[in-house]
Design a protein around this ligand. Structure first.
Ligand code: AMP
Ligand code: GLY
Length: 433
């Protein structure tokens, strides 16, 4: 089956890597891909938001199956456009992708499905929002309703911080249309877990759990990022917790989406807070996580292509997943300055040395090749270095051994990925080339 992966990050490299190992996989394409993906798939040059061009290239190249990585094309209706053209794909419809595209829609579904989540209110008026903050008191969380590239969330421990987040979205409109509606919600305390379930519209199959690190610097300090590292499995998420989350959160959501005429097919990514009162839903994403995927797929023994295709064909109830009895941990190497301004086109060496170990792999995120064929950094998150082993501690060791072989002066990474699972050590050191 000729297969196309849409996207260009570490998640898409991990998806391509896993799909390329399937005996069912014919020619593998990726658009737009990156320098690492180019070693295992033919990269096309169509942007992820160019829906018509993606459908056209599938017809031209006889691509039979499309796996959609990021949320943007899903919220723009790529899955619908492909299905209308008779092309199978993995990913939800535009209507179902609203679970991620609109926090307000997600909250409405949660109310109908009785999913435990933070109490919330929606506002379009800054004055009303501020009055709500005054009556509720902080801590509170202020969120832009639409997609704001991970920057639309403010955890406010004081009224002043809440007021300025409200003004940013509703008065200064710094998120544009994504922030014309805001949600103010209860602050939940606990440990965060990313849980993934595959869905075929009817059936939801638990896939895997991981924990990621969103803060830029060691000790969970610094600005929020897309994720600086992840590990899987998540020790806090045992079989009983998974069963509870399926029963209280995932299954009722899938049922409500079906009743609403917006059946969910694809991967439902639940961002959970494990609170003292049990698991609560922070947010839904309608795609695989990045960097969670880079820490999950190396553990998967089953044929990924067969599993995703079963979701597409609505036969997930016949699938049993097999996993290696191991842990994996992924360290993100980012360009100095990320998540703010960072330099581009800096040279990276040592990538082959980093992958000499049989227990490590370097997934590329923001890389490309310069005119002389050297690998250069072309994004904020640049490499996703994954190691695996019997325990998370072993996986951590292998991942950092690989990281230490990479020579990239303008890059940095956290040295404490996995600290919760491994026991709290913080090895603060910058990478030097
Ligand atoms: P979101 O974009 O909704 O996932 O939010 C980004 C991050 O903000 C989450 O990963 C949490 O760490 C934090 N967060 C969001 N909502 C809440 C909440 N209600 N209580 C505590 N932390 C939250
Ligand atoms: N790592 C979080 C995300 O993919 O949204």
């Amino acid at each position: 089956m000729n297969t196309l992966v849409v996207g260009s990050g570490g998640r898409e490299h991990a998806l391509c890597w896993s799909l390329s190992r399937s005996p069912l996989c014919g020619k593998l394409y990726c658009t737009p891909g990156n320098a690492g993906i180019a070693a295992i798939a033919e990269c096309l040059s169509i942007g992820v938001d160019n829906i018509d061009a993606i459908v056209a290239i599938c017809q031209e190249k006889r691509i039979e199956y499309v796996v959609i990585g990021p949320e943007l094309p899903l919220t723009l209706g790529l899955a619908d456009a492909l299905r209308n053209a008779g092309i199978d794909c993995f990913g939800p419809s535009k209507a179902a992708a609203e679970l991620e595209g609109s926090k307000a829609f997600m909250k409405d579904v949660c109310t109908q499905a009785k999913v435990p989540t933070a109490n919330y209110q929606r506002f379009t008026s800054a004055e009303e929002a501020k009055n709500y903050v005054r009556t509720q008191g902080t801590p509170l969380v202020v969120k832009a309703d639409g997609l704001a590239a991970g920057k639309g969330v403010t955890i406010a421990h004081t009224n002043e911080v809440a007021f300025s987040a409200i003004d940013d979205a509703l008065v200064k409109k710094i998120f544009g249309p994504a922030g014309t509606v805001i949600v103010i919600e209860e602050f939940l305390e606990g440990e965060e877990v990313s849980f993934f379930a595959l869905c075929d519209g009817d059936t939801a199959l638990p896939f895997a759990a991981a924990q990621d690190h969103k803060a830029a610097y060691d000790g969970d300090k610094g600005p929020n990022t897309g994720g600086m590292g992840a590990y899987s499995p998540a020790p806090i998420f045992d079989a009983a917790m998974q069963e509870r989350v399926m029963r209280e959160i995932i299954t009722p959501t899938v049922e409500v989406m079906k009743k609403m005429g917006k059946p969910f097919t694809g991967v439902l990514f639940a961002g959970l807070m494990i609170t003292a009162a049990g698991p609560k839903l922070l947010e839904y994403n309608v795609r695989f996580g990045d960097p969670e995927t880079e820490a999950i797929l190396p553990r998967l023994k089953s044929d990924l292509l067969a599993v995703l295709y079963a979701a597409t064909r609505a036969v997930l109830d016949g699938i049993t997943l097999k996993w290696y009895d191991s842990a994996a941990l992924c360290v993100i190497m980012a360009a100095e300055g990320y998540p703010g301004n960072y330099k581009k086109n800096t040279k990276i060496l040592g990538l082959n040395e980093a992958q000499r170990s049989r227990d490590a792999i370097v997934f590329h995120a923001g890389t490309s090749r310069n005119d002389t064929g050297e690998i250069i950094a072309s994004g904020g998150r640049v490499l996703a270095v994954t190691g695996w082993g019997t325990t998370i501690a072993d996986a951590q060791k292998t991942a950092y051994q690989a990281v230490d072989k990479i020579q990239w002066k303008e890059g940095f990474c956290r040295r404490d990925i996995g600290w919760r699972a491994v026991g709290g050590q913080e090895l603060s050191r910058k990478i030097s080339g």
